[in-house]
Design a protein around this ligand. Structure first.
Ligand code: SAM
Length: 237
């Protein structure tokens, strides 16, 4: 995914403002923000899964799932918690959640091929009671509500890259997320395009920052940075 990190310049008023003043305005868009791109990618992954059983890309690697799962277990998220995987892709996170005992799982994705792939992957693991739906998170007509936990790994990144409506998309994302989560529900986001500071700005209203999960850091030009940010928020009113 494109690395479009920017220095945070501060905004006291982001997600609900008429004019979005978050410091991520000058973001470069890319084909990774289009439905066509993901549909083509998951068509290929679906064929490959059917041919050789390869589930395809695990975005940000296995550890990106493990660190969220470790946090969930430490936070004692109950096994019957309603969990939504936003932009589930190949459904690999749903598989891991189910293997860790979580049994009220829903994955959504706007790519029909992703949905078919995730269903195939889950079926191959014998996990037929996981719900996977073809749903556009930015246009779901209030269908998504009542979740205790929403997980995002790379989907807000993809939405932010949309060449047509990335600015509107980012605001819509926050609105839909607010509706999808129960009061005090948890939002776990892993992003490679946004820094911790930018995510704090974006999810500044209606959410309380809980914790940053440690991710590998690198050093360049005397500065230390992280290739991904993994943050936990709580829905508040
Ligand atoms: C970088 S991939 C990550 C997939 C998966 N979360 C993972 O970690 O492997 C981004 C995913 O977001 C999905 N996506 C992008 N925009 C979406 C939207 N508006 N509604 C639902 N899914 C979306 C794409 O189809 C793709 O599966």
């Amino acid at each position: 995914m494109a690395d479009a990190r920017r220095d945070s310049r501060g905004c006291g008023n982001c997600s609900d403002s008429e004019e979005d003043k978050c410091s991520d305005d000058d973001f470069e868009t890319s084909k990774l923000g289009t439905k066509e791109y993901w549909e083509e990618a998951y068509q290929k992954e679906l064929e490959s899964f059917k041919d050789i059983g390869d589930v395809g890309e695990i975005w940000f690697g296995e550890e990106s799932m493990n660190r969220v799962l470790r946090w969930m277990q430490k936070a004692k998220i109950p096994e019957d918690a309603a969990i939504l995987d936003i932009g589930t892709g190949n459904g690999a996170f749903l598989v891991e959640l189910a293997k860790h005992g979580y049994r009220n799982l829903t994955g959504i994705d706007y790519s029909p091929a992703s949905v078919e792939l995730a269903r195939n992957v889950l079926q191959a693991e014998g996990l037929s009671d996981v719900t996977v739906k073809e749903t556009d998170f930015l246009n779901c007509g209030g269908e998504l509500a009542g979740f205790d936990v929403c997980i995002d790994k790379g989907t807000f990144d993809a939405i932010s890259l949309n060449p047509d409506n990335n600015k509107e998309g980012k605001k819509l994302y926050v609105h839909t997320l607010k509706d999808a989560l129960k009061d005090s529900g948890i939002f776990a986001i892993t992003s490679c395009n946004w820094t911790k500071e930018q995510l704090l700005e974006r999810f500044c209203e209606g959410f309380e920052f809980v914790q940053e999960l440690p991710t590998p850091s690198f050093q360049f030009g005397g500065k230390t940075g992280n290739s991904v940010a993994a943050l936990i928020f709580k829905r508040v009113h």
